[in-house]
Design a protein around this ligand. Structure first.
Ligand code: ZN
Length: 402
């Protein structure tokens, strides 16, 4: 049967409609998946996608799918919004993104040292509402909310399982409280776990089956990816490397233990150790001065790298990851922190050369991107319509909660 020019045009129109419909349905989809889902030929898909990108209907970005490079196709204008909330010891960060996790609005607020769950979650709900309205949308258009907490989270209860780590937040079902404030689906996890998943999806742990994300900030924590899944352990305390004992006769830690890593390194301790020589400084001062070449500041950052590296070396002995990526405020000192950390790890002959230590790719954003990733996964859980080829790294949302 021969096809005339007119019917060819209508065929093209029908194919275009089918491709747009499929991308809308799935949200993000690779070209290979698009071929399978529409039944059209790879050449037709390739040409149609190219044309629709040129027309501003689609956008594409590179991804890794089943270990191969692939083009991820999505609608240029994402419908639906996600909210990420990062609750740190001293800071509250909120970010609103579209469903492709491009941040549209964000805001940070300092928190008092003794912030409590009810007031902080109230502020989070108000800020989310303000930022969403600033985008010309309303909270009903939020598909989901994700919260990354500077404390371990029991995956069963959604609560902090250890007293003392974040006073004022005990016995609080964090996701439930915020979900009631906003009437949107909400999930919660530890910040380093959430950041590990974010780095696995779109950062330095992409394609890494066994890796560790380390957050070096006021305290030190880690998110552990094993066989592509975040490992939470029984009560969500896996990866709490800040509470590994390094000084048996050291100071008492807020967890009740003695001489934990957190009592020797961490932003506050660094600031304190410079008080005599440098007077009162803040963490950002220490980081800036270290980067500018101040010997004292470089010394304390380097020592922190060594201490954290020694603890990590023991974790590497147990878990045998191929990659460790480091984020958190102190990571802004780059190799000043990373080089001694690497030395402490590579100094162990058993696994020398098997594990690399690098800076996190989502520089300074890993934890808030982690919160948005939690929101994304919550949206997928509640409304499992879309496929997320982002999951090709194996760190599937199902892994979060296992
Ligand atoms: Zn401790």
């Amino acid at each position: 049967m021969s096809i005339g020019p007119g019917s060819q045009a209508s065929l093209r129109e029908a194919n275009t409609a089918r491709v747009v419909e499929t991308v809308r349905k799935f949200g993000h989809i690779t070209q290979v998946e698009l071929t399978a889902a529409t039944g059209l030929s790879p050449a037709t898909i390739s040409n149609t996608v190219k044309r629709l990108v040129a027309e501003g209907v689609f956008r594409t970005r590179s991804t890794v799918h089943s270990g191969r490079r692939a083009q991820l196709v999505s609608l240029a204008r994402q419908t639906g919004l996600l909210a990420g909330v990062q609750v740190g010891r001293r800071v509250l960060r909120i970010a609103i993104s579209d469903t492709s996790l491009d941040i549209q609005r964000s805001k940070s607020l300092p928190l008092p040292l003794t912030h409590r769950a009810d007031t902080t979650l109230d502020r989070a709900a108000i800020l989310i509402t303000e930022l969403v309205e600033d985008l010309g949308a309303n909270v009903d258009e939020l598909s989901a909310v994700g919260v990354s907490m500077a404390a371990p989270i029991d995956p069963e209860s959604g609560m902090i399982p250890v007293a003392g780590i974040l006073p004022g937040w005990e016995d609080i079902e964090i996701a439930t409280v915020l979900s009631k404030r906003l009437n949107r689906p909400t999930s919660v996890d530890n910040d380093a776990n959430a950041a590990a998943v974010a780095e696995a999806r779109r950062g330095a742990l992409r394609g890494v089956a066994n890796g560790i994300y380390v957050c070096a900030t006021y305290t030190t924590g880690a998110g552990i990816i094993i066989n592509g899944h975040v490992y939470h352990g029984v009560r969500g305390t896996a990866g709490e490397i800040g509470h590994v004992q390094v000084e048996p006769s050291g100071l008492i830690c807020n967890c009740g233990g003695r001489g934990c890593l957190n009592t020797l390194v961490g932003a506050n301790v660094l600031v304190e150790s410079l008080r005599l020589s440098h007077g009162y400084t803040s963490v950002s001062d220490v980081i800036r001065e270290a980067n500018a070449g101040d010997i004292g500041c470089r010394q304390v950052v380097g020592d922190a790298g060594t201490q954290i590296g020694r603890v990590l070396a023991d974790q590497v002995m147990v878990l045998s990851p191929s990659k460790i990526v480091v984020g958190g405020e102190l990571a802004a000192t780059g190799e000043l922190l990373l080089a001694p950390m690497r030395d402490a790890i590579e100094g162990r002959p058993l696994f020398a050369g098997t594990v690399s230590v690098e800076a996190a790719a989502l520089a300074g954003q890993s934890e808030i991107m982690g919160a948005l990733t939690l929101a994304y996964d919550e949206q997928e859980r509640v409304n499992p319509m879309g496929v997320s080829p982002d999951r090709a790294d194996g760190a599937s949302p199902k892994g979060v909660g296992e």
